[in-house]
Design a protein around this ligand. Structure first.
Ligand code: ZN
Ligand code: ZN
Length: 412
């Protein structure tokens, strides 16, 4: 008889009398020793008791697990079938056990003062996983599994939880008529109504949908989500190297999609272009959303009157590392809190293109309202370009030329 059995003989006898199966009996000492399964532990306990003249055979029906362990082979078949239906490098098995059983198990631990029990959930997860492993032929991953098969023990039902894939890249928006992300109809909120021609959307497409719809199909996923590093107004273009973004595809049945193909397909669009696509870990979403890089803009400006070329250039050069106070612009007042933001204009370059028109290229701190910096927004931005020039000016078109962001290597 092994020492641990001998040391626990008294408690083991009481537990065996509770009509526990070998699994459940052994599991009460599940963390004692290694290299054996709980049902092996259970059998060792019964043998130990027998040596002492106490014969308590395993019951037909276990009062704790209700013989759930008889179903493990079936669970593992179900798990393998579901997982083999999707593509992944690894997997994990999880189980949902009836709360009643978990409660009952804990009561036994407490009543008999057990110090090394294992939970039924842990045993089921491990044992079903072990049985499923040869049928699946993928690695088991505990930390960040790509697919989790969750067995509901009551119904022998297996639900798959497939981790999303994240694709980062940069986009150019070449149209002043599409938004960055899907914009649900204001009237029907996506259900479809006469206002939106039953599309459920305010705009027919978006930077998100052009690439997202293609990626979704390739990955055989459920939904796509778009996480941009900030966004531009609908009427603004995003030029240059493009704006960093992360595209998220939920429940992809195919993970390893060809990103060159995705890029090529998406770039057939005239409205938006994409570059530098690569897979990133989930953490990239927070990283991108939390970044607030400086930006370079190009704006076409119309002045309310003739402008003097030298004067425009002089005013531009004067805005070198200038701090401005911006009260929330009137145009966004209805959706943003009214407060004063402090921002820096790093530099401004000007080119006069007509009697009353000129163009500015300017680099600003993240979050600067550029249109309002030029117009002054009725004195809500101070100092501002119009006031410095002495002529009211208005931005006609705005483009983002550059987003000052260097991607750092990311780990899972
Ligand atoms: Zn049992
Ligand atoms: Zn609608």
């Amino acid at each position: 008889m092994e020492d641990w059995v001998r040391d626990n003989l008294e408690t083991a006898e009481k537990l065996a009398k509770l009509e526990l199966c070998d699994h459940c009996l052994g599991r009460m000492f599940g963390k004692v020793g290694t290299g054996m399964t709980n049902d092996e532990r259970g059998r060792m306990i019964r043998e130990g008791l027998k040596e002492e003249g106490i014969d308590i055979p395993a019951p037909e029906f276990c009062s704790l697990c209700e013989n759930v362990f008889d179903l493990m082979e079936r669970f593992s078949d179900e798990v393998a079938e579901k997982i083999n239906d999707v593509e992944s490098d690894n997997f994990l098995v999880g189980c949902r056990v009836e709360p009643e059983v978990i409660k009952k198990e804990k009561e036994i631990w407490e009543e008999y003062g057990l110090e090394n029990p294992e939970s039924i959930k842990t045993e089921l997860n491990r044992e079903v996983g072990k049985l499923a492993l040869p049928k699946i032929n993928r690695a088991v991953e505990f930390k960040q599994p790509q697919v989790v098969a969750c067995v509901d023990t009551r119904f022998a039902d297996v639900a798959l939880d497939i981790a999303p894939i994240f694709i980062a890249g940069r986009y150019n928006k070449l149209s002043r008529e599409i938004p960055q992300t899907i914009w649900p109809c204001r009237v029907c909120h996506g259900k479809g109504c006469p206002r939106c021609n039953n599309t459920g959307k305010m705009y027919q497409t978006s930077v998100q949908e052009i690439i997202g719809d293609i990626a979704l199909k390739m990955a055989d996923g459920e939904e796509h989500f778009f996480h941009g590093m900030g966004r531009e107004d609908i009427d603004a273009c995003m030029l240059g190297e493009g704006r960093p973004f992360v595209l998220e595809i939920s429940k992809p049945r195919i993970r390893d999609i060809d990103l060159d193909e995705l890029e090529a397909e998406a770039n057939k669009s005239e409205l938006a272009k994409y570059n530098s696509l690569h897979f990133v870990p989930r953490g990239a979403v927070q990283l991108y959303k939390g970044s607030d890089p400086d930006k370079t803009y190009h704006v076409k400006v119309k002045a309310q009157g003739k402008v003097n070329k030298e004067r425009v250039i002089e005013v531009s050069l004067a805005f070198k590392n200038v701090h401005i106070d911006q009260r929330t612009p009137q145009r966004v007042e209805h959706r943003r809190a009214d407060l004063v933001r402090h921002r820096t204009i790093h530099w401004v370059e000007a080119e006069v293109t007509g009697d009353d028109t000129f163009e500015l290229t300017l680099k600003t701190e993240s979050g600067t309202y550029v249109k309002e910096f030029v117009s002054g927004d009725d004195g809500r931005t101070n100092p501002n370009f119009s006031e410095a020039l002495g002529i009211p000016c208005k931005v006609e078109t705005l483009d983002v030329l550059a987003i000052d962001y260097q991607e750092q290597p990311m780990r899972d």
